[in-house]
Design a protein around this ligand. Structure first.
Ligand code: SF4
Length: 58
């Protein structure tokens, strides 16, 4: 499991990048959040801070 970002919904605000305790999220070349599944620990911190609900755990 890992957090997933809906690329169409993400507005690239970076809130999740700052919230992630393991540094698993970065903004990609298109300015959208991208999760490194190997680094993600499924804590859900990013889900709570995203202002547009783009992040989910599955
Ligand atoms: Fe995108 Fe949400 Fe992360 Fe902001 S918090 S960069 S809108 S996924």
């Amino acid at each position: 499991m890992a957090a997933k970002v809906d690329q169409d919904t993400c507005i690239g605000c970076g809130a999740c990048v700052g919230a992630c305790p393991t540094g698993a999220i970065a903004l990609n070349d298109e300015g959208k959040a991208q999760v490194d599944a190997d680094t993600c620990i499924d804590c859900g911190a990013c889900v709570g801070v995203c202002p547009v609900g783009a992040v989910t755990l599955d």
